[in-house]
Design a protein around this ligand. Sequence first.
Ligand code: ADP
Ligand code: MG
Ligand code: MG
Length: 255
Amino acid sequence: MSTLEIKDLYVHVETKEGTKQILKGASLTVNSGETHAIMGPNGSGKSTLAYTLAGHPKYVVDSGEALLDGQDILKMTPDERAKAGLFLAMQYPVEVPGVSMTNFLRTAKTEVDGEAPSIRTWTKELSAAMKRLKMDPKFATRSVNEGFSGGEKKRAEVLQLELLKPKFAILDETDSGLDVDALRIVSEGVNRAKEANQFGILMVTHYTRILKYIKPDIVHVFADGHFVKTGGPELADELEENGYDAYLPEGADSE
Ligand code: ADP
Ligand code: MG
Ligand code: MG
């Protein structure tokens, strides 16, 4: 079993207007096999938490640690983090013109595993995974995310998740911008990958609708840079009912 332990994380970014403190003492422990939903108002720092764990250079860690089986991943380079078993599905996946999906995925798989997958099994696995996600085989030869629709980008993220088999997956609003059919396909992909590999999931979401497809064991409310409440699935129902108003500073709006 693996454990990801986020301890009292403080993170800021430098902006033209000066230093902006975003994470303010975020702490969370996830074990493999568990699905945690992280729900919170827009602008509360959920993506910042995801980016910080993945190693985005913009996000400066002031203090705190993130231990993956005891090793502080915050001291690692982004590719070392991926090798250690961390995976991030981004809220806004980036386009990589000139790099085909096949090449990108095979390179990532080789990096993460430390050896190239055998061509025959890999090609089979890739096309089977694409088929399950109802992705046109043509996507394999297209540049990563270039000109993909919002839904296609999210499918491409889940395709990576299925193929790379991480220990922990952070899914940052993988549900946003999906219609009902795409949401179901993407959710089924996540559930399949989890079924096969029993990784831990940190599912960042603003809305409860994805939780009908991907059942969380634990639900957290994240507001103003840290976790303010933790509960079971019933906490999501409460949020659905009442929104985030109770967790916002006086006078702020939840949208
Ligand atoms: P969430 O994902 O919960 O909507 P974010 O982590 O995206 O929140 O953002 C939290 C706050 O930090 C927001 O006010 C956002 O504008 C700000 N922020 C995030 N990243 C940056 C950045 N790279 N530069 C400047 N401000 C940022
Ligand atoms: Mg946001
Ligand atoms: Mg976000």
